[in-house]
Design a protein around this ligand. Sequence first.
Ligand code: AMP
Ligand code: TRP
Length: 327
Amino acid sequence: MRILSGIQPSGILHIGNYLGAMRQQIALQEEHEPIYLLVDLHAITVPQDPKLLRQNTLNAAAMYLALGLDPEKAILYVQSQLSEHAELAWILTTIASMGELERMTQFKEKGRGEERTKVGMGLFSYPLLMAADILLYKAQKVPIGDDQVQHLELARDIAKRFNQRFGDTFPIPDALLAESGARIMGLDDPTVKMSKSATSAYNYIALTDDADTVRNKIKKAVTDSGSEITYGNDKPALKNLLTIFSGVTNEKAETITERYAGKGYADFKTDLADALIAFLSPIQERYQHLLTDEQQLVDILHAGAERARPQAAHTLKEIKEKLGFVL
Ligand code: AMP
Ligand code: TRP
């Protein structure tokens, strides 16, 4: 079974990326040969500083490795290193309609405020590039956070349409959502998802945040009214903090709440910050060490692309034949 996902190398990675996506992606390497892409072609749909993009791509590779991705098991590479992604994305633009792309929430959100005629073409067709990533490997399972489900639905529709027109080619991919953590909310606002593009750094815990920053951000995190530590929808801010607590300690949320019977938010927050720091510090140590050898990271990414290349080329050839291109 083919498993594939992608992550944008466009800035910090946060605890939402980890709990919503990266954690289960890495776990899947034990039984499958999953493919994980650092999707730089997606990242450039909003303006990127070239130097930063390059560094962020290496940083994301180092973070995957620091979190436990084993490049002998999983295939990790940079999307732009195989031109098949862009080629297939073009072909898919001829199969999708403007209407279905206009309905994408992420496009609507990112394009908000811009005059409609000024919204980037890349931002608009972005989900087709994601569909191309998935279909290029005939992936069946796609481990993602909740915010990518709509894009995956589009990929499913495109796969079905292609199969109808050109004959059975693609399996219909399913989303794999984390049981808990598929949608981590902002620390400063539990009604919006935690996001690297948040205007305030108090929105997220970056995987690279140091101990003082973590303590400070958790201290400032929004809480609900009432002083009891309980897990439920009536306390969305606390529920989010408990999901994070549970995610980094592997304890059940209920087990955690029992410990705080009769105690208040202050104790809870101190311990949550400690748990986060205990979780993050060994990862950050490995991460910093990995970044000292840039060439090693580049080599790992090249090796990943080379392992994936034959299958990408094979699928694209099959598609071109079906479309009637002269080969
Ligand atoms: P991105 O950073 O947008 O490329 O997202 C990388 C992965 O992390 C995707 O699978 C997202 O769905 C997931 N993700 C991003 N933000 C969150 C969040 N706040 N909670 C859970 N998963 C998330
Ligand atoms: N669009 C996804 C995001 O922003 C990243 C992504 C690109 C992806 N290609 C993919 C996810 C293929 C799953 C499968 O998070």
